[in-house]
Design a protein around this ligand. Sequence first.
Ligand code: ADP
Ligand code: MG
Length: 457
Amino acid sequence: MEAPFISDPQELWQKTCQELQKLISPDAFRRWFAPVKPLSLEAGRLVLGVDNSIYPFWIEENYTTQLKESLALAAGQDLDVVFEVAANRGAREPAAKEPPAEERPHSAKATTVSDLIPRYVFETFVVGANNEFATAAAKAVAKSPARIYNPLFIHGAVGLGKTHLMHAIGHQIVKNKKGGKPPKVVYVTSEQFTNEFISAIQHGEIVKFRKRFRQADLLLIDDIQFFAGKERSQEEFFHTFNALFDGSKQIILTCDCPPSEVKNLEQRLVSRFEWGLAAELAPPDIETRLAILKAKAAKLEVRLGDGVLLFIAERVKANIRRLEGALNRVAAWAALNDKKLTQAQVEELLKDFIQQEARNMLTIETIQQKVAETFDIRMTDMTSKRRPNNIAIPRMAAMYLCRRLTQKSLQEIGAAFGGRDHGTVLHACKKTEADMARNEHLRQQINFLLQKLETAR
Ligand code: ADP
Ligand code: MG
Protein backbone atom coordinates (compact mmCIF):
# COMPACT_ATOMS: atom_id res chain seq x y z
CA MET A 1 0.00 0.00 0.00
CA GLU A 2 1.42 3.31 -1.02
CA ALA A 3 -0.97 5.89 0.34
CA PRO A 4 0.95 8.79 1.89
CA PHE A 5 0.93 9.01 5.66
CA ILE A 6 -1.95 11.13 6.92
CA SER A 7 -1.67 12.72 10.33
CA ASP A 8 -4.89 14.72 10.35
CA PRO A 9 -7.78 12.68 11.77
CA GLN A 10 -10.31 14.74 9.81
CA GLU A 11 -8.64 14.05 6.51
CA LEU A 12 -8.06 10.39 7.32
CA TRP A 13 -11.68 9.86 8.25
CA GLN A 14 -12.87 11.56 5.10
CA LYS A 15 -10.74 9.23 2.98
CA THR A 16 -11.88 6.25 5.02
CA CYS A 17 -15.50 7.18 4.40
CA GLN A 18 -14.87 7.33 0.67
CA GLU A 19 -13.58 3.76 0.81
CA LEU A 20 -16.37 2.64 3.08
CA GLN A 21 -19.01 3.91 0.71
CA LYS A 22 -17.71 1.53 -1.91
CA LEU A 23 -18.23 -1.39 0.46
CA ILE A 24 -21.55 -0.78 2.18
CA SER A 25 -24.99 0.41 1.15
CA PRO A 26 -25.72 4.18 1.10
CA ASP A 27 -28.42 3.60 3.67
CA ALA A 28 -26.09 1.80 6.08
CA PHE A 29 -23.45 4.46 5.58
CA ARG A 30 -25.85 7.29 6.29
CA ARG A 31 -27.23 5.60 9.36
CA TRP A 32 -24.06 4.31 10.99
CA PHE A 33 -21.05 6.24 9.72
CA ALA A 34 -22.23 9.70 8.71
CA PRO A 35 -22.80 10.74 12.38
CA VAL A 36 -19.33 9.56 13.45
CA LYS A 37 -16.78 12.29 14.20
CA PRO A 38 -13.03 11.79 14.10
CA LEU A 39 -11.47 13.06 17.34
CA SER A 40 -7.80 12.24 17.34
CA LEU A 41 -5.11 10.18 15.71
CA GLU A 42 -2.05 9.16 17.63
CA ALA A 43 0.15 6.14 18.22
CA GLY A 44 -1.53 4.15 15.47
CA ARG A 45 -4.96 4.72 16.92
CA LEU A 46 -7.87 6.59 15.46
CA VAL A 47 -10.37 7.79 18.06
CA LEU A 48 -13.92 8.21 16.78
CA GLY A 49 -16.62 10.10 18.64
CA VAL A 50 -20.24 8.96 18.71
CA ASP A 51 -23.29 10.09 20.66
CA ASN A 52 -24.56 6.75 21.74
CA SER A 53 -23.05 3.37 22.56
CA ILE A 54 -25.32 1.71 20.05
CA TYR A 55 -22.94 2.88 17.31
CA PRO A 56 -19.80 1.02 18.42
CA PHE A 57 -21.84 -2.08 19.15
CA TRP A 58 -23.59 -2.06 15.84
CA ILE A 59 -20.49 -1.20 13.85
CA GLU A 60 -18.45 -3.85 15.66
CA GLU A 61 -21.14 -6.42 15.04
CA ASN A 62 -21.69 -5.70 11.37
CA TYR A 63 -18.96 -3.62 9.79
CA THR A 64 -15.66 -4.41 11.49
CA THR A 65 -14.08 -5.86 8.39
CA GLN A 66 -15.22 -3.08 6.09
CA LEU A 67 -14.11 -0.39 8.53
CA LYS A 68 -10.68 -1.92 9.09
CA GLU A 69 -10.18 -2.40 5.39
CA SER A 70 -11.23 1.12 4.45
CA LEU A 71 -9.08 2.60 7.15
CA ALA A 72 -6.06 0.57 6.10
CA LEU A 73 -6.55 1.70 2.50
CA ALA A 74 -6.89 5.34 3.49
CA ALA A 75 -3.99 5.29 5.94
CA GLY A 76 -1.68 2.98 4.06
CA GLN A 77 -1.20 0.97 7.24
CA ASP A 78 -3.23 -0.96 9.78
CA LEU A 79 -4.64 1.26 12.48
CA ASP A 80 -6.67 0.52 15.59
CA VAL A 81 -10.04 2.14 16.07
CA VAL A 82 -11.40 3.26 19.40
CA PHE A 83 -14.85 4.72 19.97
CA GLU A 84 -15.57 7.42 22.48
CA VAL A 85 -19.17 7.76 23.53
CA ALA A 86 -20.22 11.32 24.34
CA ALA A 87 -22.75 10.15 26.94
CA ASN A 88 -19.95 8.47 28.88
CA ARG A 89 -18.01 11.72 29.01
CA GLY A 90 -14.92 10.31 27.38
CA ALA A 91 -14.87 6.84 28.90
CA ARG A 92 -13.42 4.46 26.42
CA GLU A 93 -15.68 2.09 24.58
CA PRO A 94 -16.08 -0.79 24.72
CA ALA A 95 -13.99 -1.05 27.88
CA ALA A 96 -16.33 1.40 29.53
CA LYS A 97 -16.04 -0.21 32.94
CA GLU A 98 -12.38 0.63 33.40
CA PRO A 99 -11.73 4.20 34.49
CA PRO A 100 -9.68 5.78 31.69
CA ALA A 101 -7.03 7.09 34.08
CA GLU A 102 -6.19 3.50 34.99
CA GLU A 103 -5.47 2.57 31.44
CA ARG A 104 -3.04 5.13 30.20
CA PRO A 105 -0.01 4.54 32.43
CA HIS A 106 -0.07 0.84 31.61
CA SER A 107 0.45 1.20 27.92
CA ALA A 108 3.04 -1.59 28.03
CA LYS A 109 0.33 -3.84 29.38
CA ALA A 110 -2.13 -2.72 26.78
CA THR A 111 0.14 -3.73 23.95
CA THR A 112 0.64 -7.23 25.30
CA VAL A 113 -3.09 -7.83 25.33
CA SER A 114 -3.95 -5.93 22.17
CA ASP A 115 -5.10 -9.16 20.54
CA LEU A 116 -7.70 -9.64 23.24
CA ILE A 117 -11.13 -8.10 22.78
CA PRO A 118 -11.63 -5.59 25.62
CA ARG A 119 -15.22 -6.49 26.39
CA TYR A 120 -14.51 -10.22 26.62
CA VAL A 121 -13.89 -10.17 30.37
CA PHE A 122 -15.35 -12.20 33.24
CA GLU A 123 -17.43 -9.22 34.37
CA THR A 124 -19.50 -9.29 31.17
CA PHE A 125 -19.80 -13.07 31.05
CA VAL A 126 -23.18 -14.14 32.39
CA VAL A 127 -22.99 -17.41 34.30
CA GLY A 128 -25.77 -19.97 33.97
CA ALA A 129 -26.21 -23.71 34.25
CA ASN A 130 -24.90 -24.13 30.71
CA ASN A 131 -21.49 -22.61 31.41
CA GLU A 132 -21.06 -22.82 35.18
CA PHE A 133 -18.48 -25.57 35.12
CA ALA A 134 -16.47 -24.04 32.28
CA THR A 135 -16.53 -20.63 33.98
CA ALA A 136 -15.33 -22.10 37.27
CA ALA A 137 -12.52 -23.89 35.44
CA ALA A 138 -11.61 -20.69 33.60
CA LYS A 139 -11.49 -18.68 36.81
CA ALA A 140 -9.39 -21.33 38.50
CA VAL A 141 -6.91 -21.22 35.62
CA ALA A 142 -6.85 -17.42 35.69
CA LYS A 143 -6.07 -17.55 39.39
CA SER A 144 -3.23 -20.04 39.17
CA PRO A 145 -2.01 -20.40 35.61
CA ALA A 146 -0.20 -23.64 34.69
CA ARG A 147 -0.82 -25.02 38.16
CA ILE A 148 -4.07 -26.95 37.97
CA TYR A 149 -5.47 -27.52 34.52
CA ASN A 150 -2.98 -27.44 31.71
CA PRO A 151 -4.11 -27.30 29.02
CA LEU A 152 -7.62 -26.00 29.57
CA PHE A 153 -9.73 -27.22 26.67
CA ILE A 154 -13.00 -25.33 26.18
CA HIS A 155 -15.40 -26.87 23.71
CA GLY A 156 -18.90 -26.19 22.45
CA ALA A 157 -20.88 -25.19 19.39
CA VAL A 158 -20.48 -21.87 17.63
CA GLY A 159 -21.58 -18.67 19.40
CA LEU A 160 -21.65 -20.08 22.93
CA GLY A 161 -18.83 -18.03 24.43
CA LYS A 162 -15.63 -20.01 23.86
CA THR A 163 -13.62 -17.06 22.61
CA HIS A 164 -15.12 -14.78 25.24
CA LEU A 165 -14.15 -17.10 28.09
CA MET A 166 -10.67 -17.65 26.69
CA HIS A 167 -10.04 -13.90 26.39
CA ALA A 168 -11.42 -13.37 29.90
CA ILE A 169 -8.72 -15.65 31.29
CA GLY A 170 -6.10 -13.68 29.38
CA HIS A 171 -7.34 -10.34 30.70
CA GLN A 172 -7.54 -11.67 34.25
CA ILE A 173 -4.02 -13.08 34.23
CA VAL A 174 -2.65 -9.74 33.02
CA LYS A 175 -4.69 -7.93 35.66
CA ASN A 176 -3.54 -10.25 38.47
CA LYS A 177 0.09 -9.72 37.72
CA LYS A 178 1.42 -7.16 40.17
CA GLY A 179 4.74 -5.52 39.35
CA GLY A 180 7.48 -6.90 37.14
CA LYS A 181 7.16 -7.45 33.45
CA PRO A 182 3.60 -7.93 32.22
CA PRO A 183 2.91 -11.50 31.12
CA LYS A 184 3.16 -12.15 27.40
CA VAL A 185 -0.21 -13.28 26.13
CA VAL A 186 -0.35 -14.71 22.65
CA TYR A 187 -3.76 -15.23 21.09
CA VAL A 188 -4.30 -16.71 17.64
CA THR A 189 -6.79 -18.95 15.91
CA SER A 190 -5.44 -22.25 14.62
CA GLU A 191 -5.83 -20.81 11.13
CA GLN A 192 -3.64 -17.83 11.99
CA PHE A 193 -1.08 -20.17 13.53
CA THR A 194 -1.05 -22.17 10.31
CA ASN A 195 -0.81 -19.10 8.09
CA GLU A 196 1.97 -17.55 10.13
CA PHE A 197 3.81 -20.84 10.12
CA ILE A 198 3.60 -21.19 6.34
CA SER A 199 4.65 -17.60 5.84
CA ALA A 200 7.57 -18.06 8.26
CA ILE A 201 8.78 -21.03 6.23
CA GLN A 202 8.47 -19.11 2.98
CA HIS A 203 10.38 -16.13 4.29
CA GLY A 204 12.99 -18.08 6.22
CA GLU A 205 11.71 -16.67 9.49
CA ILE A 206 11.03 -19.84 11.37
CA VAL A 207 13.30 -18.84 14.26
CA LYS A 208 11.29 -15.67 14.76
CA PHE A 209 8.06 -17.61 14.51
CA ARG A 210 9.16 -20.09 17.18
CA LYS A 211 10.34 -17.31 19.44
CA ARG A 212 6.98 -15.59 19.24
CA PHE A 213 5.07 -18.66 20.32
CA ARG A 214 7.54 -20.35 22.62
CA GLN A 215 8.26 -17.26 24.66
CA ALA A 216 4.62 -16.76 25.53
CA ASP A 217 3.59 -16.89 29.17
CA LEU A 218 0.08 -17.67 28.13
CA LEU A 219 -0.85 -19.20 24.79
CA LEU A 220 -4.43 -19.07 23.58
CA ILE A 221 -5.29 -21.03 20.44
CA ASP A 222 -8.85 -20.60 19.27
CA ASP A 223 -10.86 -23.05 17.15
CA ILE A 224 -8.32 -25.83 16.94
CA GLN A 225 -10.70 -27.87 14.77
CA PHE A 226 -9.14 -26.01 11.85
CA PHE A 227 -5.86 -27.85 12.45
CA ALA A 228 -7.67 -30.78 10.82
CA GLY A 229 -5.53 -32.41 8.19
CA LYS A 230 -2.76 -29.78 8.40
CA GLU A 231 -0.01 -32.13 9.38
CA ARG A 232 2.99 -29.84 9.39
CA SER A 233 1.18 -27.21 11.42
CA GLN A 234 0.13 -29.88 13.88
CA GLU A 235 3.69 -31.06 14.17
CA GLU A 236 4.91 -27.52 14.79
CA PHE A 237 2.15 -26.94 17.29
CA PHE A 238 3.04 -30.19 19.05
CA HIS A 239 6.54 -28.87 19.68
CA THR A 240 5.24 -25.46 20.71
CA PHE A 241 2.90 -27.18 23.13
CA ASN A 242 5.68 -29.26 24.66
CA ALA A 243 8.03 -26.31 25.02
CA LEU A 244 5.41 -24.26 26.83
CA PHE A 245 4.12 -27.11 28.91
CA ASP A 246 7.62 -28.04 30.03
CA GLY A 247 8.26 -24.41 30.90
CA SER A 248 5.12 -24.36 33.09
CA LYS A 249 3.26 -21.94 30.85
CA GLN A 250 -0.49 -22.06 30.63
CA ILE A 251 -2.09 -23.20 27.38
CA ILE A 252 -5.77 -22.70 26.59
CA LEU A 253 -7.50 -24.21 23.60
CA THR A 254 -10.99 -23.99 22.20
CA CYS A 255 -12.71 -26.30 19.78
CA ASP A 256 -16.16 -27.10 18.45
CA CYS A 257 -15.99 -30.61 19.94
CA PRO A 258 -14.19 -32.54 22.71
CA PRO A 259 -10.50 -33.50 22.15
CA SER A 260 -11.21 -37.10 21.21
CA GLU A 261 -13.71 -36.10 18.53
CA VAL A 262 -11.56 -33.66 16.57
CA LYS A 263 -11.29 -34.92 13.02
CA ASN A 264 -7.89 -35.59 11.49
CA LEU A 265 -5.86 -34.63 14.51
CA GLU A 266 -2.73 -36.56 15.39
CA GLN A 267 -3.21 -38.94 18.29
CA ARG A 268 -0.28 -37.51 20.20
CA LEU A 269 -1.94 -34.09 20.16
CA VAL A 270 -5.26 -35.55 21.26
CA SER A 271 -3.57 -37.21 24.20
CA ARG A 272 -1.74 -33.99 25.14
CA PHE A 273 -5.09 -32.18 25.11
CA GLU A 274 -6.48 -34.81 27.44
CA TRP A 275 -3.77 -34.14 30.03
CA GLY A 276 -5.61 -31.12 31.31
CA LEU A 277 -9.28 -30.42 31.71
CA ALA A 278 -11.99 -30.37 29.05
CA ALA A 279 -14.93 -28.11 29.84
CA GLU A 280 -18.04 -27.88 27.71
CA LEU A 281 -20.16 -24.82 26.95
CA ALA A 282 -23.75 -25.90 26.31
CA PRO A 283 -26.56 -23.80 24.84
CA PRO A 284 -28.06 -21.46 27.46
CA ASP A 285 -31.45 -22.09 29.06
CA ILE A 286 -34.16 -19.44 29.01
CA GLU A 287 -33.14 -17.83 32.33
CA THR A 288 -29.56 -17.44 31.17
CA ARG A 289 -30.65 -16.07 27.81
CA LEU A 290 -32.80 -13.51 29.55
CA ALA A 291 -30.00 -12.58 31.95
CA ILE A 292 -27.62 -12.10 29.00
CA LEU A 293 -30.16 -9.88 27.23
CA LYS A 294 -30.72 -7.78 30.36
CA ALA A 295 -27.00 -7.29 30.86
CA LYS A 296 -26.51 -6.33 27.21
CA ALA A 297 -29.49 -3.98 27.14
CA ALA A 298 -28.20 -2.19 30.24
CA LYS A 299 -24.83 -1.74 28.58
CA LEU A 300 -26.43 -0.41 25.41
CA GLU A 301 -28.32 2.12 27.52
CA VAL A 302 -31.56 1.41 25.76
CA ARG A 303 -34.84 0.94 27.51
CA LEU A 304 -36.62 -2.12 26.27
CA GLY A 305 -39.59 -3.54 28.11
CA ASP A 306 -39.29 -6.92 29.82
CA GLY A 307 -41.84 -8.23 27.35
CA VAL A 308 -39.55 -7.43 24.44
CA LEU A 309 -36.55 -9.10 26.09
CA LEU A 310 -38.58 -12.17 26.96
CA PHE A 311 -39.86 -12.34 23.40
CA ILE A 312 -36.29 -12.38 22.08
CA ALA A 313 -35.09 -14.88 24.73
CA GLU A 314 -37.91 -17.25 23.89
CA ARG A 315 -37.26 -17.23 20.20
CA VAL A 316 -33.49 -17.08 19.77
CA LYS A 317 -32.05 -20.09 21.53
CA ALA A 318 -29.11 -21.88 20.07
CA ASN A 319 -26.44 -19.23 19.76
CA ILE A 320 -25.54 -16.28 21.98
CA ARG A 321 -23.99 -14.31 19.15
CA ARG A 322 -27.34 -14.44 17.38
CA LEU A 323 -29.12 -13.55 20.60
CA GLU A 324 -26.98 -10.41 20.78
CA GLY A 325 -27.56 -9.72 17.10
CA ALA A 326 -31.31 -9.84 17.65
CA LEU A 327 -31.07 -7.49 20.62
CA ASN A 328 -28.81 -5.09 18.73
CA ARG A 329 -31.25 -4.88 15.90
CA VAL A 330 -34.18 -4.11 18.17
CA ALA A 331 -32.09 -1.69 20.23
CA ALA A 332 -30.92 0.13 17.13
CA TRP A 333 -34.47 0.54 15.97
CA ALA A 334 -35.51 1.83 19.38
CA ALA A 335 -32.59 4.29 19.49
CA LEU A 336 -33.40 5.75 16.11
CA ASN A 337 -37.19 5.85 16.27
CA ASP A 338 -39.31 7.72 18.74
CA LYS A 339 -42.26 5.44 18.19
CA LYS A 340 -43.17 2.86 20.79
CA LEU A 341 -41.93 -0.59 20.01
CA THR A 342 -44.87 -2.93 19.52
CA GLN A 343 -44.79 -6.71 19.57
CA ALA A 344 -45.64 -6.75 15.87
CA GLN A 345 -42.73 -4.41 15.19
CA VAL A 346 -40.32 -6.68 17.08
CA GLU A 347 -41.59 -9.71 15.18
CA GLU A 348 -41.07 -7.89 11.89
CA LEU A 349 -37.56 -6.77 12.87
CA LEU A 350 -36.55 -10.29 13.88
CA LYS A 351 -38.24 -12.19 11.07
CA ASP A 352 -35.05 -13.73 9.72
CA PHE A 353 -33.75 -14.65 13.18
CA ILE A 354 -37.01 -16.44 13.94
CA GLN A 355 -36.99 -18.29 10.65
CA GLN A 356 -33.41 -19.39 11.19
CA GLU A 357 -34.30 -20.69 14.65
CA ALA A 358 -37.16 -22.75 13.26
CA ARG A 359 -34.62 -24.43 11.03
CA ASN A 360 -32.53 -25.29 14.07
CA MET A 361 -35.39 -26.83 15.95
CA LEU A 362 -34.63 -30.47 15.26
CA THR A 363 -35.17 -32.26 18.57
CA ILE A 364 -33.67 -35.40 20.03
CA GLU A 365 -37.12 -36.91 20.09
CA THR A 366 -37.68 -36.37 16.37
CA ILE A 367 -34.36 -38.05 15.67
CA GLN A 368 -35.21 -40.99 17.94
CA GLN A 369 -38.57 -41.40 16.21
CA LYS A 370 -37.13 -41.39 12.72
CA VAL A 371 -34.39 -43.83 13.68
CA ALA A 372 -36.87 -46.14 15.40
CA GLU A 373 -39.08 -46.10 12.28
CA THR A 374 -36.20 -46.81 9.93
CA PHE A 375 -34.81 -49.69 11.99
CA ASP A 376 -38.23 -50.96 13.00
CA ILE A 377 -37.73 -50.81 16.76
CA ARG A 378 -39.90 -49.19 19.45
CA MET A 379 -39.39 -45.71 20.91
CA THR A 380 -38.99 -47.32 24.35
CA ASP A 381 -35.93 -49.16 23.05
CA MET A 382 -34.18 -45.79 22.77
CA THR A 383 -34.19 -45.41 26.53
CA SER A 384 -34.09 -49.04 27.63
CA LYS A 385 -31.07 -50.90 28.95
CA ARG A 386 -31.59 -53.82 26.57
CA ARG A 387 -28.53 -54.55 24.50
CA PRO A 388 -29.16 -57.03 21.68
CA ASN A 389 -27.54 -55.75 18.49
CA ASN A 390 -30.77 -55.08 16.61
CA ILE A 391 -31.58 -52.52 19.34
CA ALA A 392 -28.16 -51.31 20.47
CA ILE A 393 -26.96 -50.42 16.96
CA PRO A 394 -29.91 -48.16 16.06
CA ARG A 395 -29.80 -46.62 19.53
CA MET A 396 -26.14 -45.75 19.09
CA ALA A 397 -26.87 -44.45 15.59
CA ALA A 398 -29.56 -42.19 17.05
CA MET A 399 -27.06 -40.76 19.57
CA TYR A 400 -24.61 -40.20 16.76
CA LEU A 401 -27.23 -38.35 14.73
CA CYS A 402 -28.20 -36.20 17.73
CA ARG A 403 -24.57 -35.26 18.11
CA ARG A 404 -24.28 -34.27 14.48
CA LEU A 405 -27.60 -32.58 13.95
CA THR A 406 -28.40 -30.80 17.21
CA GLN A 407 -26.45 -28.48 19.47
CA LYS A 408 -27.25 -30.60 22.50
CA SER A 409 -24.39 -31.43 24.85
CA LEU A 410 -23.21 -34.99 25.43
CA GLN A 411 -24.89 -34.87 28.85
CA GLU A 412 -28.21 -33.78 27.41
CA ILE A 413 -28.12 -36.45 24.76
CA GLY A 414 -27.23 -39.11 27.32
CA ALA A 415 -30.07 -37.97 29.55
CA ALA A 416 -32.56 -38.31 26.70
CA PHE A 417 -31.42 -41.86 26.08
CA GLY A 418 -32.46 -43.28 29.43
CA GLY A 419 -30.00 -41.41 31.62
CA ARG A 420 -26.79 -42.57 30.02
CA ASP A 421 -23.62 -40.65 30.83
CA HIS A 422 -21.62 -38.53 28.42
CA GLY A 423 -18.91 -41.18 28.01
CA THR A 424 -21.52 -43.64 26.75
CA VAL A 425 -22.69 -41.12 24.16
CA LEU A 426 -19.13 -40.49 23.02
CA HIS A 427 -18.54 -44.21 22.74
CA ALA A 428 -21.79 -44.64 20.77
CA CYS A 429 -20.71 -41.94 18.30
CA LYS A 430 -17.31 -43.52 17.75
CA LYS A 431 -18.71 -47.01 17.49
CA THR A 432 -21.27 -45.86 14.91
CA GLU A 433 -18.59 -44.18 12.82
CA ALA A 434 -16.46 -47.33 12.95
CA ASP A 435 -19.46 -49.52 12.05
CA MET A 436 -20.33 -47.24 9.15
CA ALA A 437 -16.82 -47.59 7.78
CA ARG A 438 -17.15 -51.39 7.83
CA ASN A 439 -20.79 -51.92 7.01
CA GLU A 440 -22.01 -50.50 3.72
CA HIS A 441 -25.67 -51.20 4.42
CA LEU A 442 -25.56 -49.39 7.78
CA ARG A 443 -23.71 -46.51 6.17
CA GLN A 444 -26.45 -46.11 3.59
CA GLN A 445 -29.18 -46.26 6.21
CA ILE A 446 -27.55 -43.60 8.35
CA ASN A 447 -26.72 -41.33 5.44
CA PHE A 448 -30.31 -41.62 4.29
CA LEU A 449 -31.47 -40.62 7.77
CA LEU A 450 -29.00 -37.75 7.87
CA GLN A 451 -30.39 -36.41 4.63
CA LYS A 452 -33.97 -36.85 5.65
CA LEU A 453 -33.48 -35.15 9.00
CA GLU A 454 -31.41 -32.32 7.52
CA THR A 455 -34.23 -31.38 5.19
CA ALA A 456 -36.84 -31.82 7.92
CA ARG A 457 -35.53 -28.92 9.97
P1 ADP B 1 -17.71 -18.82 20.27
O1 ADP B 1 -16.26 -18.47 20.34
O2 ADP B 1 -18.08 -19.99 21.12
O3 ADP B 1 -18.23 -18.96 18.87
P2 ADP B 1 -18.02 -16.17 21.35
O4 ADP B 1 -17.12 -16.26 22.51
O5 ADP B 1 -17.52 -15.44 20.15
O6 ADP B 1 -18.53 -17.61 20.90
O7 ADP B 1 -19.39 -15.54 21.85
C1 ADP B 1 -20.36 -15.03 20.95
C2 ADP B 1 -20.96 -13.78 21.54
O8 ADP B 1 -21.78 -14.12 22.64
C3 ADP B 1 -19.92 -12.82 22.05
O9 ADP B 1 -20.29 -11.51 21.76
C4 ADP B 1 -19.92 -13.05 23.56
O10 ADP B 1 -19.58 -11.89 24.28
C5 ADP B 1 -21.36 -13.44 23.81
N1 ADP B 1 -21.50 -14.37 24.93
C6 ADP B 1 -21.32 -15.70 24.91
N2 ADP B 1 -21.54 -16.25 26.10
C7 ADP B 1 -21.90 -15.23 26.92
C8 ADP B 1 -22.26 -15.14 28.30
N3 ADP B 1 -22.34 -16.22 29.07
N4 ADP B 1 -22.55 -13.92 28.79
C9 ADP B 1 -22.50 -12.83 28.01
N5 ADP B 1 -22.17 -12.83 26.72
C10 ADP B 1 -21.86 -14.02 26.17
MG1 MG C 1 -14.91 -18.21 18.81
